[in-house]
Design a binder for this molecule. Structure first.
Ligand SMILES: Cc1ncc(COP(=O)(O)O)c(C=O)c1O
Length: 339
């Protein structure tokens, strides 16, 4: 997210006579790209708006001088980290951090209490504490080895014909990229990231994330040199077995914004029926339809279904992506509101 995008969104609301309540940004992205949160928080605070950061993939940031700065150190008001993703706590355990005076921490606690169970899971809490203890023993050096291994992996992979590595940020306002995320482009081999993942899986190499043109691998505290050597060796085999250029691409959806006939709440509670894709055009969507990649809902309950949106969903599926949120992920049918 660039500062000008945030500025534009705040101004657009002001022009409509409204005020943004908060700015929510995901940083780093799944691929490790970090926004310039320092500049964005200065902007938000000049409007007295809190900046909330989904830092799910950044619980390790700030624990080495080569890693990008953490959200909190850049002045954001709230950051939520999935401690279990890059650090070593149990799956589902995460942390919410707060700073500054704009956000009322007691109000946040009250809101959390209205959502959370009254029976805390002590295994999860203990694993968070153990992770905190693990990091605090060697906070400046604990990531030395993973960073070395990630550099070594990238250097080995870059030598493989037909394979590319994303190691710098091409969009102008980015504040950096997490060196522990290795995004490997395979499109020059004539295969998609989904196909490449299936082939590598047979040899015991599992990617973290797949896309139309690439796969992403993560290096973390548990990664060993053997893992890096195996990854490079299997990618080399893949490159030797595939050599035809075929660009598999899923372009971002740039169709027109469709009409909201019902609010998502109204659509949720209204009666619904299943129809074929063709029959659904012009009807009001009754489910959340989220193509992956990119993992952003294309249609939400209450919106009118357009042919453009359906064509895009089919294209994502045909390129190896999948559709989440829907009852029928084969896309033979779609749930619509019976109006
Ligand atoms: C950007 C982002 N935010 C939030 C989440 C959800 O995190 P959790 O699984 O810890 O609830 C994910 C999960 O992958 C994510 O990628």
């Amino acid at each position: 997210m660039c500062i000008w995008q945030v500025e534009k969104a705040i101004k657009e609301l002001e022009n409509e006579g409204r005020k943004a309540s908060a700015v929510l940004i995901t940083s780093p992205t799944y691929h490790g790209i970090c926004s310039n949160l320092e500049k964005i928080s200065i902007l938000c605070h000049s409007h007295n708006i809190p900046l909330i950061v989904d830092e799910a993939h950044g619980a390790h940031l700030g624990f080495h001088e080569s890693l990008p700065h953490s959200a909190l150190s850049q002045g954001v008001d709230i950051s939520i980290q999935s401690t279990h993703k890059v650090l070593c706590s149990f799956t589902q355990s995460s942390m919410l951090h707060m700073s500054g005076k704009i956000v009322d921490s007691e109000r946040i606690s009250q809101c959390l209490q209205s959502l959370q169970t009254t029976s805390p899971n002590h295994l999860l809490l203990a694993s968070l504490d153990a992770t905190r203890a693990q990091i605090s023993q060697h906070p400046k050096t604990i990531f030395n080895k993973p960073l070395e291994l990630a550099m070594e992996a990238k250097a080995l992979i870059k030598k493989i014909p037909g394979i590319t590595v994303l190691d710098s940020c091409t969009f102008s306002d980015a504040a950096g990229i997490d060196p522990l995320r290795i995004t490997v482009g395979v499109w020059k081999l004539g295969i998609s990231g989904f196909e490449a993942d299936r082939l590598l899986y047979k040899h015991g190499v599992i990617s973290e994330l797949q896309g139309a043109r690439s796969m992403m691998f993560t290096v973390n505290l548990g990664t060993t040199r053997d893992d890096v050597v195996k990854l490079a060796a299997e990618l080399k085999n893949l490159s030797q077995e595939h050599a035809s250029i075929r660009v598999n691409d899923i372009q971002p959806f740039i169709g027109t914004v469709s009409n909201m006939i019902l609010s998502p709440r109204e659509a949720f509670f209204t009666s619904k029926t299943k129809v074929s894709l063709k029959e659904s055009i012009g009807k009001v969507c009754g489910e959340l339809i989220c193509p992956f990649p990119p993992g952003i809902p294309l249609l939400v309950p209450g919106e009118v279904i357009t042919a453009e949106a359906l064509n895009y969903l089919v294209e994502v599926k045909n390129n190896g992506g999948f559709i989440s949120g829907v009852v029928d992920s084969t896309l033979s049918t779609i749930v619509v509101c019976s109006l």
